[in-house]
Design a protein around this ligand. Structure first.
Ligand code: APR
Length: 243
């Protein structure tokens, strides 16, 4: 299938679901997770950082890693792929549901609304243990990480760590979008992490599913079309009239 064919599918679709991964932020300068030469995991192992166990074992080190990632994301801008998705949503309200595995907040900064952030967002914190009245009585005490000055409860990034459940209501909305769409675009994901990758397989059972990726992904086999290219190049061409 060609780009022109998929453009026609976009025009003819009444309900589009888009699933994105780290690849859509790559052209903004945010490293992906598994690209060997630049991936965030290249220097670390996920289980050494993005788990509750790792955080409890060394809160300062894990907190510092997220502070570094927050600073990095604050320095970059959404790219043409993020902007094309936001513009499509604004021009055609209600026709596009955006599901993302990304925690960088770039879709939201580009203007996308109702973003189903399966893995949470980097910019938010929450309490590590169930908060007690003392935890909310006063602002957290500064530190690496900040903590409750009374009971010592730690603040942690409000992202979904390996082994943790995804936010139930976000996942349910994403599953509903995957089941009810007549077209799903899957951009910038290796398709190796579930349940996110399962959403693409669910959509492919009864709707057209298109992969947008410069390289091979684990979802290529289930796709009705695979467009080899980057999201900042292809998403504007797919979503914008006259692009
Ligand atoms: N445009 C589109 N896709 C790209 C681009 C680009 N410019 N650059 C790289 N890619 C593709 C890569 O080919 C790869 O298939 O993006 C994908 C990135 O894959 P991963 O690094 O595995 O990121 P992702 O799929 O989002 O990881 C899923 O795993 O580590 C966990 O929670 C983390 O949300 C993450 C999840």
């Amino acid at each position: 299938m060609s780009l022109a064919d998929v453009r026609e599918w976009v025009r003819g679709a009444t309900s589009i679901a888009v699933l994105t991964g780290a690849g859509v932020s790559q052209e903004s300068g945010v490293p992906t997770f598994r690209d060997a030469q630049t991936g965030l995991w290249a220097r670390f192992r996920p289980e050494d950082l993005a788990t509750e166990q790792a955080f409890r074992a060394d809160p300062g080190m894990v907190w510092d890693w997220y502070v570094m990632r927050r600073a990095m994301v604050a320095r970059v801008e959404p790219n043409a792929g993020h902007r094309a998705l936001a513009r499509f949503q604004q021009a055609r309200p209600g026709r596009l549901a955006l599901i993302t595995q990304n925690v960088d907040g770039l879709h939201q900064r580009a203007g996308s609304t109702g973003v189903l952030a399966l893995h949470g967002t980097l910019q938010d914190d929450r309490w590590l243990d169930r908060p007690r009245p003392c935890c909310t009585a006063l602002p957290p005490q500064e530190g690496r990480p900040p903590r409750c000055g009374r009971c010592g409860n730690l603040r942690r990034p409000a992202v979904v760590w390996f082994g943790e459940l995804l936010p139930a209501e976000v996942l349910a909305a994403a599953e509903q979008a995957a089941r009810s769409c007549d077209l799903m675009l899957v951009a910038g994901t290796s398709g190796v992490v579930y349940p996110a990758a399962g959403l693409a397989r669910t959509a492919a059972e009864r709707a057209r599913m298109v992969v947008v990726n410069p390289g091979p992904s684990d979802l290529d086999d289930a796709a009705h079309a695979v467009l080899r290219g980057t999201s900042a190049t292809l998403l504007p061409q797919l979503l914008e009239d006259g692009a």
